[in-house]
Ligand binder design. Structure first.
Ligand code: PLP
Length: 398
C-alpha cells in the first residue's frame, strides 16, 4: 500500500514505539505512586513534557497533556469561556464574543457553535475565507472591531494545506484586546512553530499526526492565561485535566516530538514526495484541478506542500477512493477525521468551490516516510484509476 493519508493520521515512528513498550509492560505504575516504580513513571512524564515544550519553544509549565487535539480545542475554548462566565466580568461586559473562521476543523467549529448555543451571553462570529482559503482580511478586521474576548484561527487547513499568517492575525487580535488560540494540528508536523515567535496564547497539537500514538495530544497554554477545567477530579495537569495521566501515550508523544525536532523543518522529504506526486498527476490527468494558487508545488506561497487537494471534474471522491484502495493507494476525501460524513466539504464550499467539483475532491497527504519513488508510482496509479472510474460512469476524462 502507498499511504497518502497522513493528514488523517500517521504511522507511529519506531523510536516512539520503542520508548513506549516498557511502560505498557513492566513500568505500569501511576506517576503519582509514592514508590520507585511511580517515581520512574513520573520522571518519564516530565521528560516527555520537556520534549514537547522544546519542540514549540514553550516552558514545561505551559504544556497540558490531553488525549487528542479535539480535546485540546475543547479544553481551551470551553475552559476559557467558562472562566469568563464564572469570574467577575465587569457589568459593562454584557456579552462574550468568539471569533473563528468558516474553514476550521469540526473540533473548533462545532465546539464554538455548541458554546454559543449553550450560553445566551456568548456570540459567535465566523469570518469567511477568500477563494484561496485564507482568512478574509477585511472581514477579520471588521470582526475585531467588535472587541472579541477570544479568537481561534487554525494555522494550516487540514483539507487544502492553506497556511494562515498566524503571527499577524494574532498580533491584530491582541491589538483588539483578544486572547488568541490556534489549532496547529497540521502545521507542527511540517514546519517549525515557536509559540513565542508567533505570539499565540494557546495552541492545540495532536500526537497521532506527527508519528506519535493515537490517544495523545497537548494544549499549550501561555502562563497567565486562565481557563477552567472541563474535567474535574484529582487535579492532574495543573488542575486542568484530571485523570491518571496516560504515561504510555505521553512518552510516545514526547519521543515523537523529539524526533520531529531532530528531523527539523529542513527535512523536506515529505514536501519533495508531494511535489513529485503533484507534477506526475498533472501529466497523467491534465484536467484535474490542484486546489492551490501557483504552478510549482514548492513555490505555491502560503500552502503546505505536503497536502495535495485535487478536484476531478465530474468525479465522485466516494466512488474513486475504494477503487484507489483496491489499486494500492490510500487517500481521503476532504477531512478524513469527519469520516462517515457524506456531505460536501464545508472548507471547499467556503472557498467558493462549486458542489460538483467539491464532490470530486481527493486529498493526498505526505509524511517523511513517503519516498519520491512511491509518489511517482502513486500518480500513475491515480491517473489510471480515475480515468477508469469515470469511464465506468460514462464520463470521458483527459
Ligand atoms: N484539527 C485539525 C486541523 C485536524 O486536522 C484534526 C484531525 O484531523 C483535528 C483537529 C482533530 O485531531 P484529533 O484526531 O487529535 O482529535
Amino acid at each position: 500500500m502507498i499511504y497518502l493519508d497522513n493528514a488523517a493520521t500517521t504511522r507511529i515512528c519506531d523510536e516512539a514505539l520503542e520508548e513506549m513498550m516498557p511502560f505498557l509492560k513492566e513500568e505500569y505504575a501511576s506517576p503519582l505512586g509514592q514508590y520507585s516504580l511511580g517515581f520512574r513513571a513520573n520522571s518519564a512524564l516530565n521528560t516527555a513534557r520537556g520534549r514537547v515544550a522544546a519542540l514549540i519553544g514553550a516552558d514545561v509549565s505551559e504544556v497540558i497533556f490531553t488525549s487528542c487535539a479535539t480535546e485540546s480545542n475543547n479544553l481551551f475554548l470551553r475552559g476559557f469561556i467558562r472562566n469568563l462566565l464564572s469570574t467577575g466580568m465587569d457589568p459593562a461586559h454584557k456579552s462574550i464574543s468568539i471569533v473563528t473562521q468558516t474553514t476550521e476543523h469540526a473540533s473548533v467549529l462545532n465546539t464554538c457553535e455548541d458554546i454559543a448555543r449553550e450560553y445566551d451571553r456568548v456570540r459567535l462570529i465566523k469570518v469567511p475565507v477568500d477563494r484561496n482559503g485564507f482568512v478574509n482580511e477585511a472581514a477579520y478586521r471588521e470582526a475585531l472591531k467588535e472587541r472579541p474576548d477570544v479568537v481561534s484561527i487554525m494555522h494550516v487547513n487540514n483539507e487544502t494545506g492553506a497556511v494562515n499568517d498566524i503571527k499577524r492575525l494574532c498580533g491584530l487580535a491582541h491589538e483588539a484586546g483578544a486572547i488568541f488560540h490556534t489549532d496547529a494540528v497540521q502545521s507542527v508536523p511540517h514546519m517549525r512553530v515557536n509559540v513565542r515567535e508567533i505570539g499565540v496564547d494557546a495552541l492545540s497539537v495532536s500526537g497521532h499526526k506527527l508519528h506519535g500514538p493515537k490517544g495523545s495530544g497537548f494544549l499549550y497554554l501561555r502562563k497567565g492565561v486562565i481557563i477552567k477545567p472541563v474535567l474535574t477530579g484529582g487535579g492532574q495537569e495543573i488542575g486542568l485535566r484530571s485523570g491518571t495521566p496516560d504515561v504510555v501515550a505521553c512518552v510516545g508523544l514526547g519521543k515523537a516530538c523529539e524526533e520531529l525536532f531532530r528531523h527539523g523543518s529542513e527535512d523536506r522529504t515529505a514536501a519533495r514526495a508531494a511535489s513529485v506526486f503533484a507534477a506526475g498527476l498533472k501529466e497523467v490527468l491534465p484536467a484535474a484541478v490542484i486546489n492551490r494558487p501557483g504552478e510549482n508545488m514548492e513555490d505555491s506561497g502560503n500552502y503546505l506542500s505536503e497536502i495535495v487537494s485535487v478536484s476531478i471534474p465530474g468525479g465522485d471522491a466516494l466512488s474513486i477512493i475504494p477503487d484507489l484502495d483496491m489499486a494500492g493507494v490510500c487517500c481521503s476525501s476532504g477531512a478524513a477525521c469527519s469520516a462517515g460524513r457524506k456531505g460536501v466539504s464545508h472548507v471547499l464550499t467556503a472557498m467558493g468551490i462549486g458542489e460538483s467539483l467539491a464532490k470530486g475532491t481527493l486529498r493526498f497527504s505526505f509524511s517523511r516516510y513517503n519516498t519520491e519513488g512511491e509518489a511517482a508510482e502513486a500518480a500513475v496509479i491515480v491517473g489510471r484509476v480515475v480515468k477508469k472510474n469515470l469511464e465506468n460512469h460514462g464520463i470521458l476524462f483527459k
